[in-house]
Design a protein around this ligand. Structure first.
Ligand code: NAG
Ligand code: NAG
Ligand code: NAG
Ligand code: NAG
Ligand code: NAG
Ligand code: NAG
Ligand code: NAG
Ligand code: NAG
Ligand code: NAG
Ligand code: NAG
Ligand code: NAG
Ligand code: NAG
Length: 832
């Protein structure tokens, strides 16, 4: 090459370079190309600033591209920050190897998905990697472990799974590792102990299991450790109590067991300690009183025992009022703490939230609680606290939630509570509180839920309560309140749920709103408080009254039985009282085959019983109607018999005191839409008897009564067994078994030859084809039991419990001879 040629070549080269933007070398071009290539894989729309700047025609400006930062030489890309750009795409199209000088990559809060490519391990200078709040899935590539410069590594809120690769623990400079809210599983590798610089370790809300590695205790610079909401088990390693710089330790919602040792007192920087919902037990060590900067302390839903350490939450020194504690939240609920709260807590002026509910604490609420002026929630429910409710609580002007339910508080309740303008929820139920409900409570403008039930409150319900304009739930049931429900309540549009049951209330129920739609259960158990009934809904008349179908405005349909008591002069007041008591106990009976009695009320000399409405009506009506043939097939009848047996067995053996029905007949068994039976109408017979322990001829139904009643008038559970036997035979025979029973009961006067001629197949309901196979076996077995139940001697009848058990047992008697040849006498001998 001549000099001339060299000069020409040089000029050409200079020309060429001058045509390109300044300072562009091969490396930035590669970086720019890699970024633009990746951009082209992202889903539109892209933010305009990004779309226009990330372009090969804009190469000279690479360091000014949107979201791109170069290093201080202005020649190589050091940061990509797309945080919050809302981009959709994957990382597959990003050539990491072309970006070797990247130190920060922030893709937080986008819609990136797919897996994290292993090539990310090429970013060897990376100090900051944040892929949080995306849709990344699949496992983490172990190549991340090559990023030895990393200080911040965040993957939270993705769908990542698998384990955390142990190679990730080989990052000696890591300060923060946040992988919470993913689906990571498996054990934490012991190599975690290598993360010597870690300050923030968030593994919460994943599926991690196994024990917490003891090596975590090596991470002396830890400030916040959050392992909550996983499946960690075993003990809290003792090394954890060596993390003296720790401020936050959250281990809640795991399966940790064991105790909390005294060493917890060494964690003097601890501000938040939350181990709720684990299987921890033992006593809380006294040393927690050394945790002077503690703000949140939550140990609820564990198995802790013992007392709350005295002086808890108090600074040892100084004792002056303002400085006494930093505690703002205390949750110790749902444990087995015992001891007295009277002195356990001092004045905690910063306290915002305290829940000690569901423990076995005793003692009184001291007036000093009135000094916790920032308290918004106080839950002391389900303990054994006693004494009066201190009027000083009215000084807690921020209080929104006050629950003292299920304790042993006594005396009047302070009217001053009415000054708590923020109060939203107020629950005093199930105590021994008495006196009147203070008028002042009408001033609780924010009150949403007021529960005063199960106390001894008396007097009238104050009209002023109608001024609680936000009240949605009101329960004053099970007290001794009298007078009317104030008409002012009609205008309480916010009310959605009410319960006035079991008081001495009387008069008309207010009109409108919830008062119309409430179920009968809201009013039962009062003396003179009732819904009018219209004759057009009468669905039946019995000997002692009429039955109505009542549509409540809620859509609920109930059956209401009206008993005209005033006309029955023969009913002494004492009987009426015992009847009422019995009905009260029956409202507590819950069994699938017993009709639900919602309650009763009396009004203008009439007694109303409010029942569940059962669609098909009585078994008698169904058996003798067209349905008897079409739908009451053998299997259905057997199912009905089993249900009735269980219902009676329940009354006899599972109720305390046992209940004898006294009037089991086909008409007192109702069938639901699936032919499921419901035993109904008990207690009624007793009302009409003149002596509560005996049965007069007035009551009971002829043809179902046990024969001994004619002589002794003694009602026992065996009377029910007899009636049950009759009912079962009637179900099987499709007619009343009177004739058969007379014959059997007088069999000692007849020759066995004559009796032998009655074949089972001939007495069964002839409207159905005879049962075959297993059904035949079950029918034979059922009739056998029914015959045993109708034995003359009460003591030879089986107990209802064994009847119910045997009828439900799947194994039935094997038929020793053909079905058509089985005689009744054979069956009566079967169980002798
Ligand atoms: C990375 O940075 C180094 C030192 O600044 C530089 O020499 C190198 O060219 C850069 N690489 C790229 C691809 O820009
Ligand atoms: C990017 O901008 C170009 C014009 O420069 C436009 O044609 C294209 O639709 C834009 N793409 C996206 C994904 O917004
Ligand atoms: C890099 O560019 C910025 C502006 O684009 C400029 O202020 C700075 O001085 C440049 N630094 C170097 C080392 O060229
Ligand atoms: C990235 O961008 C976000 C949002 O603009 C900003 O808060 C953050 O400080 C930036 N830098 C890094 C390193 O994430
Ligand atoms: C994010 O992008 C989606 C579509 O990819 C869009 O529906 C949504 O409105 C965007 N959100 C924001 C905050 O830009
Ligand atoms: C980049 O990563 C891939 C996949 O891990 C690897 O095969 C490749 O050698 C890496 N390239 C460089 C330059 O490190
Ligand atoms: C992890 O997620 C990927 C895709 O999201 C799935 O194919 C894989 O089965 C998951 N692995 C485990 C262990 O759950
Ligand atoms: C606590 O740490 C010290 C050193 O910092 C060590 O000597 C001691 O054994 C540790 N104790 C426990 C229980 O891990
Ligand atoms: C806690 O402190 C006590 C007294 O300084 C010490 O004996 C004990 O080993 C410490 N516990 C832990 C786990 O470091
Ligand atoms: C709590 O302890 C009782 C006996 O003390 C035990 O029956 C129960 O299973 C324990 N509950 C838990 C959650 O550990
Ligand atoms: C700690 O208490 C503060 C203030 O009551 C509350 O905002 C925060 O959620 C609590 N943190 C935990 C972990 O319970
Ligand atoms: C109550 O809370 C307020 C606001 O957080 C605070 O300024 C005040 O100091 C607290 N009062 C007490 C006695 O701690």
């Amino acid at each position: 090459m001549t000099t001339f040629q060299k000069v020409h070549a040089l000029i050409f080269l200079m020309l060429l370079i001058s045509l390109l933007p300044l300072k562009i070398t091969a490396s930035p071009r590669t970086e720019a190309e890699a970024i633009v290539k990746w951009k082209n894989t992202l889903s539109p729309p892209l933010p305009p600033s990004l779309n226009s700047s990330w372009s090969l025609t804009n190469l000279g400006n690479l360091c000014n591209w949107d979201a791109i930062v170069c290093d201080n030489t202005n020649s190589t890309v050091s940061e990509i920050n797309l945080s919050g750009y809302n981009l959709t795409g994957t990382l597959i199209g990003l050539d990491f190897a072309s970006l070797p000088n990247l130190t920060q990559l922030n893709l937080n809060a986008n819609n990136f998905g797919g897996s994290i490519p292993s090539a990310i391990g090429n970013l060897s200078k990376l100090t900051f990697l944040d892929l949080s709040h995306n849709l990344f899935e699949d496992i983490l590539p172990y190549e991340l472990g090559q990023l030895r410069e990393l200080q911040y590594l965040n993957f939270y809120y993705n769908n990542l799974n698998g384990t955390i690769p142990y190679q990730l623990m080989n990052l000696p400079k890591l300060i923060s590792l946040q992988v919470q809210n993913n689906k990571f599983a498996g054990k934490i590798p012991p190599q975690i102990g290598l993360l010597k610089k870690i300050n923030y370790l968030y593994l919460y809300n994943n599926l991690f299991s196994g024990s917490i590695p003891v090596e975590i205790g090596n991470l002396k610079e830890m400030i916040e450790l959050d392992l909550s909401q996983n499946q960690f088990s075993g003990q809290i390693p003792s090394t954890l109590w060596n993390l003296t710089n720790i401020q936050v330790m959250n281990l809640f919602f795991n399966e940790l067991s064991g105790t909390i040792p005294m060493d917890i007192g060494n964690l003097t920087s601890l501000q938040i300690f939350d181990v709720n919902t684990n299987n921890l037990y033992g006593e809380l060590p006294e040393t927690i009183t050394q945790l002077t900067v503690l703000r949140n302390f939550s140990v609820f839903t564990n198995n802790f025992t013992g007392s709350i350490p005295r002086e808890f939450g108090k600074r040892p020194l100084p004792k002056s009022f303002r400085n006494c504690s930093s505690l703002t939240r205390v949750r110790l609920d749902d444990n087995h703490f015992t001891g007295s709260i009277t002195d356990a807590f001092g004045v905690l002026p910063n306290l915002v939230f305290i829940s000690l509910s569901r423990n076995q604490l005793v003692g009184e609420l001291s007036p000093e609680w009135g000094e916790c002026v920032n308290l918004t929630l106080m839950d002391m429910g389900s303990n054994k606290l006693s004494g009066k409710v201190p009027s000083e609580l009215s000084k807690l002007s921020q209080l929104r939630y006050l629950s003292l339910h299920s304790n042993e508080f006594t005396g009047n309740i302070p009217p001053e509570i009415g000054n708590l303008g923020q109060l939203f929820m107020f629950n005093l139920s199930s105590n021994h509180l008495s006196g009147e409900i203070p008028k002042n409570y009408g001033r609780l403008a924010q009150l949403n839920n007021l529960d005063l039930s199960n106390n001894n409150f008396s007097g009238r319900i104050p009209r002023e309560l109608g001024d609680c304009a936000s009240l949605e739930i009101l329960n004053v049931s099970h007290n001794h309140l009298s007078g009317k429900i104030p008409q002012s309540f009609s205008s309480m549009l916010s009310l959605q749920s009410i319960d006035f049951s079991y008081n001495n209330l009387s008069g008309r129920i207010p009109t409108g709103g919830v008062f119309q739609t409430a179920t009968a259960e809201a009013y039962v158990g009062n003396n003179d408080l009732c819904d009018d009934f219209n004759d057009k809904y009468c669905i039946g008349k019995g000997g002692f009254g009429s039955v109505y179908r009542a549509h409540l405005l809620t859509g609920q349909v109930v059956a209401v039985k009206r008993l005209n008591i005033s006309n029955s002069d023969e009913i002494p007041a004492v009987n009426r009282q015992s009847f009422e008591n019995e009905i009260k106990s029956l409202t507590g009976v819950r069994h699938r085959n017993i009709i639900k009695l919602y309650g009763f009320c009396s009004w203008r000399g009439q007694m109303f019983l409010v029942y569940e409405h059962v669609e098909r009506g009585s078994l008698g009506k169904v058996l003798y109607g067209e349905e008897g043939k079409l739908e009451l097939r053998w299997a259905t009848r057997l199912k009905i018999v089993q249900g009735i047996a269980h219902a009676i067995s329940y009354l006899h053996t599972d109720c305390s005191p046992p209940i004898v029905h006294r009037d089991i007949t086909l008409n007192n068994i109702l069938l639901d839409s699936d032919f499921g039976p419901r035993l109904a109408d008990f207690g009624t017979a007793k009302l009409l008897s003149s002596n509560t322990s005996t049965w007069t001829s007035v009551a009971g139904s002829y043809g179902y009564m046990a024969p001994e009643l004619a002589q002794t008038m003694r009602v026992t559970d065996k009377c029910d067994v007899y009636s049950f036997g009759v009912v079962v035979l009637e179900i099987m025979m499709g007619k009343h078994p009177g004739e058969l029973l007379t014959r059997m009961h007088s069999n000692k006067y007849l020759s066995s030859m004559e009796e032998a001629e009655v074949l089972l197949k001939d007495v069964l309901d002839q409207r159905l084809p005879p049962p075959t196979g297993q059904l035949a076996e079950a029918v034979v077995f059922t009739v056998t039991i029914a015959l045993a139940c109708t034995r003359v001697a009460p003591e030879s009848r089986p107990m209802m419990r064994s009847v119910a058990q045997e009828l439900s047992a799947t194994t039935q008697a094997y038929l020793a001879e053909p079905f058509g040849m089985i005689t009744i006498s054979k069956l009566t001998g079967f169980q002798k």
